[in-house]
Design a protein around this ligand. Structure first.
Ligand code: UD1
Ligand code: UDP
Length: 393
Protein backbone atom coordinates (compact mmCIF):
# COMPACT_ATOMS: atom_id res chain seq x y z
CA UNK A 1 0.00 0.00 0.00
CA UNK A 2 1.08 3.55 -0.68
CA UNK A 3 2.17 5.72 2.25
CA UNK A 4 -0.46 8.23 3.36
CA UNK A 5 0.73 11.80 3.82
CA UNK A 6 -1.58 13.92 5.97
CA UNK A 7 -0.92 17.65 5.82
CA UNK A 8 -2.43 19.68 8.65
CA UNK A 9 -3.08 23.34 7.90
CA UNK A 10 -4.82 25.95 10.03
CA UNK A 11 -3.74 29.50 9.24
CA UNK A 12 -2.87 31.72 6.28
CA UNK A 13 0.92 31.27 6.45
CA UNK A 14 0.71 27.50 6.88
CA UNK A 15 -1.53 27.24 3.84
CA UNK A 16 0.82 29.39 1.75
CA UNK A 17 3.91 27.43 2.79
CA UNK A 18 2.25 24.00 2.44
CA UNK A 19 0.67 24.80 -0.92
CA UNK A 20 3.73 23.98 -3.08
CA UNK A 21 4.12 20.67 -1.26
CA UNK A 22 0.42 19.80 -1.52
CA UNK A 23 0.43 20.56 -5.24
CA UNK A 24 3.47 18.31 -5.83
CA UNK A 25 2.15 15.47 -3.67
CA UNK A 26 -1.28 15.58 -5.35
CA UNK A 27 0.42 14.89 -8.70
CA UNK A 28 2.65 12.13 -7.33
CA UNK A 29 1.27 8.63 -7.67
CA UNK A 30 3.63 7.23 -5.07
CA UNK A 31 1.58 8.77 -2.24
CA UNK A 32 -1.97 9.00 -0.95
CA UNK A 33 -2.47 12.63 0.12
CA UNK A 34 -4.89 13.93 2.72
CA UNK A 35 -5.19 17.66 3.42
CA UNK A 36 -6.74 18.36 6.81
CA UNK A 37 -7.71 21.97 7.45
CA UNK A 38 -8.43 22.79 11.08
CA UNK A 39 -9.92 26.15 10.10
CA UNK A 40 -8.00 27.93 12.87
CA UNK A 41 -8.35 30.87 10.48
CA UNK A 42 -11.50 31.63 8.52
CA UNK A 43 -11.50 33.95 5.52
CA UNK A 44 -7.72 34.52 5.68
CA UNK A 45 -7.22 30.79 5.14
CA UNK A 46 -9.96 30.44 2.52
CA UNK A 47 -8.24 33.15 0.44
CA UNK A 48 -5.14 30.94 0.19
CA UNK A 49 -7.02 27.72 -0.52
CA UNK A 50 -8.71 29.52 -3.38
CA UNK A 51 -5.53 31.04 -4.90
CA UNK A 52 -3.81 27.64 -4.93
CA UNK A 53 -6.99 25.65 -5.68
CA UNK A 54 -6.56 23.39 -2.67
CA UNK A 55 -9.58 21.23 -1.85
CA UNK A 56 -9.24 19.87 1.68
CA UNK A 57 -10.29 16.32 2.51
CA UNK A 58 -11.26 17.46 6.01
CA UNK A 59 -12.35 20.93 7.04
CA UNK A 60 -12.82 21.06 10.80
CA UNK A 61 -14.10 24.67 10.82
CA UNK A 62 -12.73 25.43 14.28
CA UNK A 63 -12.25 29.24 14.18
CA UNK A 64 -14.23 31.20 16.75
CA UNK A 65 -14.21 35.00 17.07
CA UNK A 66 -11.57 36.14 19.60
CA UNK A 67 -10.62 32.55 20.36
CA UNK A 68 -8.27 31.85 23.25
CA UNK A 69 -5.16 29.72 22.98
CA UNK A 70 -6.60 27.20 25.46
CA UNK A 71 -9.99 26.78 23.76
CA UNK A 72 -8.40 26.48 20.32
CA UNK A 73 -5.83 24.00 21.59
CA UNK A 74 -8.43 21.69 23.12
CA UNK A 75 -10.75 21.98 20.10
CA UNK A 76 -7.97 21.00 17.68
CA UNK A 77 -6.81 18.11 19.85
CA UNK A 78 -10.34 16.69 20.13
CA UNK A 79 -11.05 17.11 16.43
CA UNK A 80 -7.72 15.84 15.12
CA UNK A 81 -7.70 12.44 16.82
CA UNK A 82 -10.66 11.01 14.82
CA UNK A 83 -9.08 12.22 11.57
CA UNK A 84 -5.83 10.46 12.40
CA UNK A 85 -7.73 7.33 13.45
CA UNK A 86 -9.55 7.25 10.15
CA UNK A 87 -6.52 7.94 7.95
CA UNK A 88 -3.89 5.85 9.72
CA UNK A 89 -3.76 2.35 8.34
CA UNK A 90 -1.53 -0.19 10.11
CA UNK A 91 -0.62 -1.66 6.69
CA UNK A 92 1.30 1.33 5.33
CA UNK A 93 3.30 4.23 6.72
CA UNK A 94 1.35 7.31 7.70
CA UNK A 95 3.17 10.63 7.86
CA UNK A 96 1.69 13.77 9.38
CA UNK A 97 3.26 16.98 8.08
CA UNK A 98 2.91 20.12 10.17
CA UNK A 99 4.34 23.50 9.22
CA UNK A 100 5.84 26.23 11.35
CA UNK A 101 4.79 27.26 14.83
CA UNK A 102 1.04 27.76 15.07
CA UNK A 103 -1.42 26.15 17.46
CA UNK A 104 -2.63 23.97 14.58
CA UNK A 105 0.91 22.75 13.93
CA UNK A 106 1.76 22.05 17.57
CA UNK A 107 -1.54 20.43 18.53
CA UNK A 108 -1.76 18.31 15.37
CA UNK A 109 1.73 16.99 16.07
CA UNK A 110 0.72 16.28 19.67
CA UNK A 111 -2.41 14.43 18.49
CA UNK A 112 -0.27 12.24 16.21
CA UNK A 113 2.09 11.57 19.11
CA UNK A 114 -0.86 10.46 21.28
CA UNK A 115 -2.25 8.32 18.46
CA UNK A 116 1.12 6.53 18.08
CA UNK A 117 2.51 4.86 15.00
CA UNK A 118 2.38 8.00 12.85
CA UNK A 119 5.59 9.59 11.59
CA UNK A 120 5.59 13.28 12.48
CA UNK A 121 7.38 15.53 9.98
CA UNK A 122 8.06 19.20 10.70
CA UNK A 123 8.34 21.67 7.88
CA UNK A 124 10.29 24.85 8.76
CA UNK A 125 11.97 23.15 11.71
CA UNK A 126 14.67 24.55 13.94
CA UNK A 127 13.94 28.29 13.95
CA UNK A 128 14.63 29.65 17.41
CA UNK A 129 14.81 32.83 19.43
CA UNK A 130 15.39 30.81 22.63
CA UNK A 131 13.09 33.34 24.32
CA UNK A 132 9.81 31.68 25.18
CA UNK A 133 8.03 35.05 25.41
CA UNK A 134 8.86 36.09 21.84
CA UNK A 135 7.30 35.26 19.56
CA UNK A 136 4.54 34.12 21.92
CA UNK A 137 3.36 31.38 21.87
CA UNK A 138 5.13 30.44 18.63
CA UNK A 139 8.65 29.96 20.01
CA UNK A 140 7.39 27.36 22.47
CA UNK A 141 5.07 25.76 19.91
CA UNK A 142 8.03 25.28 17.60
CA UNK A 143 10.29 23.91 20.33
CA UNK A 144 7.57 21.46 21.42
CA UNK A 145 7.02 20.28 17.85
CA UNK A 146 10.78 19.73 17.71
CA UNK A 147 10.47 17.33 20.66
CA UNK A 148 7.75 15.14 19.12
CA UNK A 149 8.81 15.28 15.46
CA UNK A 150 10.60 12.37 13.76
CA UNK A 151 11.71 14.24 10.63
CA UNK A 152 12.85 17.86 10.66
CA UNK A 153 12.91 19.86 7.42
CA UNK A 154 15.12 22.81 8.31
CA UNK A 155 15.24 25.82 5.98
CA UNK A 156 18.81 26.94 6.76
CA UNK A 157 22.11 25.77 8.23
CA UNK A 158 21.43 27.88 11.30
CA UNK A 159 18.10 26.10 11.85
CA UNK A 160 19.85 22.73 11.61
CA UNK A 161 22.49 23.89 14.09
CA UNK A 162 19.73 24.85 16.55
CA UNK A 163 18.24 21.36 16.32
CA UNK A 164 21.62 19.68 16.77
CA UNK A 165 22.13 21.79 19.88
CA UNK A 166 18.89 20.26 21.23
CA UNK A 167 20.27 16.77 20.57
CA UNK A 168 18.07 16.00 17.59
CA UNK A 169 19.80 13.19 15.71
CA UNK A 170 21.58 14.50 12.62
CA UNK A 171 20.14 11.80 10.33
CA UNK A 172 16.63 13.12 11.09
CA UNK A 173 17.42 16.69 9.92
CA UNK A 174 17.29 17.77 6.27
CA UNK A 175 18.19 21.25 5.03
CA UNK A 176 15.75 21.98 2.22
CA UNK A 177 15.23 25.74 2.21
CA UNK A 178 11.84 27.21 3.04
CA UNK A 179 8.76 26.36 0.97
CA UNK A 180 7.82 30.05 1.47
CA UNK A 181 10.22 30.82 -1.36
CA UNK A 182 8.69 28.09 -3.57
CA UNK A 183 5.24 29.64 -2.95
CA UNK A 184 6.47 33.15 -3.65
CA UNK A 185 8.13 32.06 -6.89
CA UNK A 186 4.92 30.34 -7.99
CA UNK A 187 2.81 33.38 -7.34
CA UNK A 188 5.31 35.80 -8.92
CA UNK A 189 5.41 33.58 -12.02
CA UNK A 190 1.61 33.76 -12.15
CA UNK A 191 1.72 37.54 -11.77
CA UNK A 192 4.33 37.95 -14.51
CA UNK A 193 2.28 35.82 -16.89
CA UNK A 194 -0.76 38.13 -16.61
CA UNK A 195 -1.51 40.64 -19.33
CA UNK A 196 -2.10 44.23 -18.08
CA UNK A 197 -5.87 43.72 -18.44
CA UNK A 198 -5.82 40.41 -16.59
CA UNK A 199 -3.66 41.94 -13.87
CA UNK A 200 -6.16 44.72 -13.37
CA UNK A 201 -9.01 42.27 -12.86
CA UNK A 202 -7.13 39.73 -10.74
CA UNK A 203 -5.49 42.12 -8.29
CA UNK A 204 -8.03 42.82 -5.59
CA UNK A 205 -7.15 46.38 -4.68
CA UNK A 206 -9.27 49.52 -4.81
CA UNK A 207 -9.02 51.01 -8.33
CA UNK A 208 -7.39 54.28 -7.20
CA UNK A 209 -4.74 52.39 -5.24
CA UNK A 210 -4.08 50.02 -8.11
CA UNK A 211 -3.53 53.02 -10.40
CA UNK A 212 -1.18 54.60 -7.87
CA UNK A 213 0.83 51.38 -7.52
CA UNK A 214 1.05 50.81 -11.29
CA UNK A 215 2.39 54.32 -11.74
CA UNK A 216 4.85 53.86 -8.89
CA UNK A 217 5.94 50.44 -10.17
CA UNK A 218 6.45 51.56 -13.74
CA UNK A 219 7.99 54.98 -13.24
CA UNK A 220 11.59 55.18 -12.09
CA UNK A 221 11.02 58.83 -11.23
CA UNK A 222 7.97 58.22 -9.04
CA UNK A 223 8.01 60.67 -6.13
CA UNK A 224 5.84 58.32 -4.08
CA UNK A 225 7.24 56.16 -1.30
CA UNK A 226 4.99 53.18 -0.71
CA UNK A 227 5.27 51.70 2.76
CA UNK A 228 3.64 48.29 3.16
CA UNK A 229 2.69 47.47 6.74
CA UNK A 230 1.45 44.30 8.42
CA UNK A 231 1.31 43.34 12.09
CA UNK A 232 -0.37 40.80 14.33
CA UNK A 233 2.00 39.45 17.00
CA UNK A 234 0.44 38.76 20.38
CA UNK A 235 3.42 40.26 22.22
CA UNK A 236 2.66 43.57 20.45
CA UNK A 237 -1.00 43.69 21.56
CA UNK A 238 -1.79 46.74 23.72
CA UNK A 239 1.19 49.11 24.09
CA UNK A 240 3.01 47.70 21.07
CA UNK A 241 0.13 48.45 18.71
CA UNK A 242 -0.27 51.93 20.21
CA UNK A 243 3.41 52.53 19.38
CA UNK A 244 3.06 51.07 15.88
CA UNK A 245 0.08 53.31 15.12
CA UNK A 246 1.85 56.37 16.53
CA UNK A 247 4.82 55.62 14.26
CA UNK A 248 2.55 55.29 11.22
CA UNK A 249 0.81 58.57 12.09
CA UNK A 250 4.20 60.29 12.13
CA UNK A 251 5.38 58.61 8.93
CA UNK A 252 2.19 59.65 7.16
CA UNK A 253 3.36 63.26 7.54
CA UNK A 254 6.46 62.60 5.40
CA UNK A 255 6.17 64.10 1.91
CA UNK A 256 5.18 61.59 -0.79
CA UNK A 257 4.51 58.70 1.58
CA UNK A 258 1.59 56.32 1.00
CA UNK A 259 1.07 53.74 3.73
CA UNK A 260 -0.78 50.59 2.68
CA UNK A 261 -1.82 48.36 5.52
CA UNK A 262 -3.89 45.18 5.02
CA UNK A 263 -5.14 44.76 8.59
CA UNK A 264 -5.11 41.30 10.19
CA UNK A 265 -8.60 40.17 11.31
CA UNK A 266 -7.62 39.55 14.93
CA UNK A 267 -9.83 41.93 16.98
CA UNK A 268 -6.80 42.86 19.11
CA UNK A 269 -5.30 44.31 15.93
CA UNK A 270 -8.40 45.68 14.21
CA UNK A 271 -9.52 47.82 17.15
CA UNK A 272 -6.42 49.99 17.74
CA UNK A 273 -5.51 50.20 14.06
CA UNK A 274 -8.92 51.43 12.89
CA UNK A 275 -9.30 53.73 15.90
CA UNK A 276 -5.90 55.40 15.47
CA UNK A 277 -5.31 55.34 11.73
CA UNK A 278 -8.66 55.87 10.02
CA UNK A 279 -9.29 59.21 8.29
CA UNK A 280 -5.73 59.87 7.18
CA UNK A 281 -5.85 60.24 3.42
CA UNK A 282 -2.48 58.60 2.78
CA UNK A 283 -2.96 55.73 5.25
CA UNK A 284 -4.89 53.03 3.41
CA UNK A 285 -6.35 50.40 5.71
CA UNK A 286 -7.45 47.32 3.79
CA UNK A 287 -9.01 43.95 4.43
CA UNK A 288 -6.44 41.11 4.35
CA UNK A 289 -5.38 40.58 0.75
CA UNK A 290 -5.36 37.33 -1.17
CA UNK A 291 -1.80 36.09 -1.74
CA UNK A 292 -1.64 37.11 -5.41
CA UNK A 293 -2.66 40.69 -4.61
CA UNK A 294 -0.33 40.78 -1.64
CA UNK A 295 2.64 39.61 -3.74
CA UNK A 296 1.83 42.34 -6.27
CA UNK A 297 1.75 44.92 -3.48
CA UNK A 298 5.02 43.64 -2.05
CA UNK A 299 6.68 43.92 -5.46
CA UNK A 300 5.34 47.45 -5.91
CA UNK A 301 6.30 48.74 -2.47
CA UNK A 302 9.36 50.75 -1.49
CA UNK A 303 9.76 49.54 2.06
CA UNK A 304 8.09 46.99 4.36
CA UNK A 305 7.34 47.44 8.05
CA UNK A 306 6.10 44.24 9.68
CA UNK A 307 6.18 41.86 12.60
CA UNK A 308 5.26 38.91 10.36
CA UNK A 309 7.40 35.81 10.13
CA UNK A 310 6.75 34.91 6.50
CA UNK A 311 7.18 38.44 5.17
CA UNK A 312 10.70 38.54 6.66
CA UNK A 313 11.44 35.66 4.29
CA UNK A 314 9.65 36.99 1.23
CA UNK A 315 10.72 40.65 1.20
CA UNK A 316 14.51 40.10 0.95
CA UNK A 317 13.96 37.70 -1.90
CA UNK A 318 12.24 40.56 -3.79
CA UNK A 319 14.92 43.06 -2.74
CA UNK A 320 12.64 44.99 -0.38
CA UNK A 321 14.11 46.38 2.85
CA UNK A 322 12.24 45.25 5.97
CA UNK A 323 11.90 46.94 9.33
CA UNK A 324 10.96 44.15 11.73
CA UNK A 325 8.78 45.31 14.63
CA UNK A 326 10.24 42.83 17.09
CA UNK A 327 13.10 42.79 19.61
CA UNK A 328 14.24 39.31 18.55
CA UNK A 329 13.69 37.18 15.49
CA UNK A 330 13.88 33.46 14.84
CA UNK A 331 14.90 34.40 11.28
CA UNK A 332 18.27 36.08 11.92
CA UNK A 333 19.66 35.36 8.46
CA UNK A 334 18.28 38.52 6.83
CA UNK A 335 19.23 40.72 9.79
CA UNK A 336 22.78 39.35 9.70
CA UNK A 337 22.95 40.04 5.96
CA UNK A 338 21.73 43.59 6.59
CA UNK A 339 18.54 43.37 4.49
CA UNK A 340 16.27 43.53 7.59
CA UNK A 341 16.54 45.72 10.67
CA UNK A 342 15.04 44.97 14.09
CA UNK A 343 13.22 48.09 15.31
CA UNK A 344 10.88 46.72 18.01
CA UNK A 345 7.32 47.93 18.41
CA UNK A 346 8.73 51.31 19.33
CA UNK A 347 7.53 54.48 17.63
CA UNK A 348 10.81 56.36 17.89
CA UNK A 349 12.89 53.53 16.43
CA UNK A 350 10.40 52.74 13.67
CA UNK A 351 10.19 56.38 12.57
CA UNK A 352 13.97 56.94 12.78
CA UNK A 353 14.78 53.85 10.71
CA UNK A 354 12.06 54.47 8.12
CA UNK A 355 12.86 58.16 7.60
CA UNK A 356 16.56 57.38 7.28
CA UNK A 357 15.86 54.71 4.66
CA UNK A 358 13.50 56.99 2.74
CA UNK A 359 15.82 60.00 2.77
CA UNK A 360 19.30 58.47 2.46
CA UNK A 361 19.76 56.89 -0.96
CA UNK A 362 23.07 55.24 -0.07
CA UNK A 363 21.56 53.64 3.04
CA UNK A 364 18.53 52.50 1.03
CA UNK A 365 20.74 50.93 -1.65
CA UNK A 366 22.81 49.19 1.03
CA UNK A 367 19.72 47.48 2.51
CA UNK A 368 17.54 46.95 -0.59
CA UNK A 369 19.44 44.00 -1.97
CA UNK A 370 17.99 40.82 -3.41
CA UNK A 371 19.01 38.23 -0.90
CA UNK A 372 17.82 34.66 -0.62
CA UNK A 373 19.05 33.03 2.55
CA UNK A 374 15.79 31.16 3.07
CA UNK A 375 15.71 28.94 0.00
CA UNK A 376 15.97 28.63 -3.75
CA UNK A 377 12.43 27.54 -4.61
CA UNK A 378 13.12 23.78 -4.56
CA UNK A 379 12.24 23.01 -0.94
CA UNK A 380 8.94 21.21 -1.64
CA UNK A 381 10.56 19.06 -4.32
CA UNK A 382 13.35 18.10 -1.92
CA UNK A 383 10.85 17.18 0.80
CA UNK A 384 8.89 14.95 -1.60
CA UNK A 385 12.03 13.08 -2.65
CA UNK A 386 13.13 12.57 0.95
CA UNK A 387 9.67 11.17 1.78
CA UNK A 388 9.82 8.90 -1.26
CA UNK A 389 13.28 7.59 -0.31
CA UNK A 390 12.09 6.81 3.20
CA UNK A 391 8.58 5.49 2.62
CA UNK A 392 8.17 4.27 -0.96
CA UNK A 393 9.68 0.82 -1.39
C1 UD1 B 1 -2.22 32.92 14.24
C2 UD1 B 1 -1.01 32.15 14.77
C3 UD1 B 1 0.27 32.90 14.48
C4 UD1 B 1 0.38 33.24 13.01
C5 UD1 B 1 -0.87 33.98 12.58
C6 UD1 B 1 -0.81 34.21 11.10
C7 UD1 B 1 -1.23 30.83 16.82
C8 UD1 B 1 -1.22 30.83 18.30
N1 UD1 B 1 -1.13 32.03 16.23
O1 UD1 B 1 -2.35 34.12 14.99
O2 UD1 B 1 1.39 32.10 14.86
O3 UD1 B 1 1.51 34.05 12.83
O4 UD1 B 1 -2.03 33.19 12.86
O5 UD1 B 1 -1.72 35.18 10.69
O6 UD1 B 1 -1.35 29.79 16.21
N2 UD1 B 1 -9.69 35.93 12.71
C9 UD1 B 1 -10.75 36.08 11.84
N3 UD1 B 1 -10.65 35.54 10.58
C10 UD1 B 1 -9.56 34.88 10.15
C11 UD1 B 1 -8.48 34.74 11.03
C12 UD1 B 1 -8.56 35.26 12.31
O7 UD1 B 1 -11.75 36.68 12.17
O8 UD1 B 1 -9.52 34.43 9.00
C13 UD1 B 1 -9.80 36.48 14.07
C14 UD1 B 1 -10.76 35.67 14.95
O9 UD1 B 1 -11.42 36.54 15.82
C15 UD1 B 1 -9.79 34.76 15.71
C16 UD1 B 1 -8.64 35.73 15.93
O10 UD1 B 1 -8.53 36.45 14.71
O11 UD1 B 1 -10.33 34.27 16.92
C17 UD1 B 1 -7.33 35.11 16.30
O12 UD1 B 1 -6.95 34.06 15.40
P1 UD1 B 1 -5.79 33.04 15.87
O13 UD1 B 1 -5.53 32.08 14.78
O14 UD1 B 1 -6.11 32.47 17.21
O15 UD1 B 1 -4.54 33.97 16.10
P2 UD1 B 1 -3.74 34.88 15.09
O16 UD1 B 1 -3.47 36.15 15.81
O17 UD1 B 1 -4.43 34.92 13.79
N1 UDP C 1 -0.10 37.75 3.35
C1 UDP C 1 -1.19 37.74 2.48
N2 UDP C 1 -2.10 38.76 2.57
C2 UDP C 1 -1.97 39.77 3.48
C3 UDP C 1 -0.87 39.76 4.36
C4 UDP C 1 0.04 38.72 4.27
O1 UDP C 1 -1.33 36.85 1.65
O2 UDP C 1 -2.83 40.66 3.49
C5 UDP C 1 0.86 36.63 3.27
C6 UDP C 1 2.32 37.00 3.21
O3 UDP C 1 2.76 37.13 1.88
C7 UDP C 1 2.99 35.82 3.92
C8 UDP C 1 1.95 35.37 4.92
O4 UDP C 1 0.70 35.91 4.48
O5 UDP C 1 3.22 34.75 3.02
C9 UDP C 1 2.30 35.86 6.29
O6 UDP C 1 1.23 35.69 7.13
P1 UDP C 1 1.16 36.34 8.56
O7 UDP C 1 1.99 37.58 8.61
O8 UDP C 1 -0.28 36.44 8.92
O9 UDP C 1 1.79 35.20 9.47
P2 UDP C 1 3.28 34.86 9.95
O10 UDP C 1 4.11 34.68 8.75
O11 UDP C 1 3.72 35.98 10.84
O12 UDP C 1 3.10 33.59 10.73
Amino acid sequence: MKPTIIIAVGTRPEAIKCAPLIKLLERDERFTVCVCVTGQHGTMLEQVLQVFDIRPHYHLGLMRPAQTLASLTSAILEAMIPVLEKEHSPNAPTVLIVQGDTTTAFVSALAAFYKQGIVIAHLEAGLRTFDKSAPFPEEMNRQLIGRVADLHFAPTRQAKANLLQENVAEERIFITGNTAIDALQLVVQNLNALSPDERKTKINLPASMYALLEEHRLSEKSAKKVILVTGHRRENFGDGFQQICLALQQLSDVEGVEIIYPVHLNPNVQKPVYELLSNRPNVHLLEPLDYLSFAYLLQASTLVITDSGGIQEEAPSLGKPVLVMREVTERPEAVEAGTSLLVGANAERIVAAATRLLSDEAEFARIAKIHNPFGDGTAARQVVEILATKFCP
